[in-house]
Design a protein around this ligand. Structure first.
Ligand code: 5AD
Ligand code: SF4
Length: 371
């Protein structure tokens, strides 16, 4: 029988200066209640010391589901003809911003499929400028791969954070998850992350857990990638099948659906222990697999939640995966129950604060100080 991991084992493994995938895999394999309790308490101790037990809200506005890409796992892929494509009007996005302001959320995330048209980019810049002129909200964009020039325009319009998941740190796996049509390149994605960092965004990245062909070794690699890229924010989520995609009912799983939430929680805890002052989101996909998935994420070290502010009539058209929670509830209802659930696990909500990742300020001070 495998020997259980103790607190010292976990800390010794993670604090090794030459941390390797092989050191992380045994932690990702942990499964007993006692092991998970130990990991959780280590992560929570560091969370308390470095970022406090405060949860920041970012109101999520999924403002367009038009996408030029065909990722094999995602329900919004271009070839999924069963999707009603939409883009919210400026007015609808501003209404969501007004709601976030009124509820003192502090920040807004504007997310869309990947669209590189001039018209779309102008639209985003205009909307961001408009929101910034009206409200003191931090703005995060999550609009896929764009040119460095476009990223600069986004920054100049007033957005200051950008989310772009690497999805997987393995170029080989990236090739299996995306078509080889010239639009899906690991290298381009990596270069986008580098550009975003260089021009001064607070940068978020992350990956999925349990996508076909992926192993625990690959996930250990994702953890090391996020550490080495020095990103400020992280979004990790379990893969959830969508029937309109090639990865529906794949035979190639090595991490079964019932294990994906546990591995995601373990990954969040390891990232908190290793990276300390980053922001880590407790993602909606976790809630798709477990009603209390997001609350569990907070108890394993996450400190950001993105309540969905997309108008209720449009949510069914923004299905990256199926069984997405809160489809029928309006923002107010789900927000009230969320607040109560967060309080019930002992966290405080950072109302009215942008909640920027402390890691970002440490990173820029470090890189601007003389060596
Ligand atoms: N299951 C879980 N997450 C998914 N995403 C896309 N498709 C799925 C899916 N089927 C994630 C990707 C993307 C983010 C916006 O949503 O990681 O970057
Ligand atoms: Fe488009 Fe993003 Fe879905 Fe890929 S993951 S198909 S880029 S929305």
């Amino acid at each position: 029988m495998k020997k259980a991991e103790t607190k010292d084992d976990i800390m010794n493994r993670l604090s090794s200066a030459s941390l390797k995938k092989e050191d992380i895999v045994p932690i990702l394999k942990m499964g007993t209640k006692e092991e998970m309790r130990i990991l959780q308490s280590l992560a929570m101790q560091i969370k308390q010391e470095r970022v406090g037990r405060i949860v920041y809200f970012r109101g999520l506005v999924e403002f367009s589901n038009l996408c030029r890409k065909n990722c094999f796992y995602c329900g919004l892929r271009k070839e999924n003809k069963g999707v009603n494509r939409f883009r919210l009007s400026e007015e609808e996005i501003l209404q969501a911003a007004a709601f976030a302001h009124e509820k003192r959320y502090g920040s807004l995330v504007l997310q869309s499929g990947e669209n590189q048209s001039e018209e779309h980019i102008d639209f985003i810049c205009r909307v961001v400028e408009e929101i910034k002129s009206k409200y003191d909200l931090g703005i995060t964009l999550s609009c896929g791969e764009q040119s460095e020039d476009t990223y600069r325009r986004f920054l100049a319009s007033g957005a200051h954070r950008y989310l772009l998941r690497i999805e997987t740190s393995s170029p080989e796996l990236y090739g299996k998850w995306h078509p080889g049509d010239g639009k899906h390149s690991f290298e381009t994605r990596l270069n986008c992350l580098k550009s975003l960092k260089k021009i001064g965004f607070q940068v978020g990245s992350g990956s999925m857990v349990g996508v076909p062909y992926q192993t625990l070794e690959d996930i250990a690699g994702d953890i090391l990638f996020l550490r080495d890229m020095e990103v400020d924010m992280m979004g990790i989520g379990p893969f959830v099948e969508h029937s309109g995609t090639p990865f529906y009912r794949s035979e190639a799983y090595s991490i079964p659906r019932e294990e994906r939430l546990k591995v995601t929680l373990t990954m969040i805890a390891v990232l908190r222990i290793l990276l300390k002052d980053v922001n880590i989101a407790s993602t909606t996909a976790m809630q798709a697999l477990d009603k209390f998935g997001r609350e569990k994420g907070l108890l394993f070290g996450a400190n950001v939640i993105m309540p969905n502010l997309t108008p209720a009539t449009r949510r069914k058209d923004y299905l990256l995966y199926e069984h997405k929670p809160d489809l029928d509830e309006d923002a107010l209802l789900c927000d009230n129950s969320l607040e109560a659930r967060i309080a019930s696990v002992g966290e405080t909500i950072g109302y009215g604060q942008w909640g920027d990742p402390l890691h970002f300020f440490r990173r820029i001070n470090h890189s601007s100080s003389p060596s």
